[in-house]
Ligand binder design. Sequence first.
Ligand code: RP5
Ligand code: MG
Ligand code: MG
Length: 282
Amino acid sequence: RKLHKNCRVGQYPHSHASRFSVPDDKVGWDVSFPEYSPAEYTAESVLARPSWADPDISDGGFHPAWNALDKACNVNRRSHFSEYTIVNDRPRNPVGRTGIVGRGCLGKWGPNHAADPIVTRWKRGAGGEIQVDKDTNSPILQFVSVQRGDTLEWAIPGGMVDPGELISTTLIREFGEEALNTLELNQSEAQGVKEAMEKLFAGGVEVYRGYVDDPRNTDNSWMETVAVNFHDESGNSLGKFALHAGDDAIGVRWTDISRTLCLFASHADFVEKVAGNHCAHW
Ligand code: RP5
Ligand code: MG
Ligand code: MG
């Protein structure tokens, strides 16, 4: 079972809360760690109860359906990864200790579901010929990456699944918002982009479903995702549209895929799977 590492070092992102340091051999809950005394941290923005956040666990009106589709609020509280246990009324991170309890800046107790669209094309030369890596002799894939406003790291343009939303809808919506800036297009532009996206997004291949090693994870709240590859084989489908960073993305570009990629959270693992599926350079 893979350990998480992005969520057990240093300060909790955008806070003054320090994580209790969790060494590799103390991540699993089955290992005893009597000194473990993590601080409690839930961001003010979450405690203010925006629509995307759960109430506090102690709220008398909060009766979450753990490990289930919570019909009362249309929130999927089931983990893609494994059933999670409830300890002291709180869901417990199924991968292990993170050095922080509470929700940090995540809205939901337990799994916080996201979706990650990995849009790919072959890297081509001026004459349209597919570029091959000199060392591995394999064709080079590119994917659409965005630069995140919060960490400045490059990432897949993913986002959170809204209550009741189909994952297929989240994938196309987040790609549009972050990589094509659909939130700021006029109606007729938006319609054209939507039609082209719907064609490409009809043929996705799921590459990952499960836990994300996200720096925002805590002992009680964590990110999960479904990552789906949409491949533009001819390069003529999405290539027609100019990429424009939007919403919380501050940059967008086609990025060459290789093992030197350094991406947000565990996104490089998902992209590696895509390269493997296409027998592309890694
Ligand atoms: C990651 O956070 C997921 O893989 C997804 O890319 C992203 C969703 O969060 P926001 O982009 O909405 O912050 O764990
Ligand atoms: Mg988004
Ligand atoms: Mg996002």
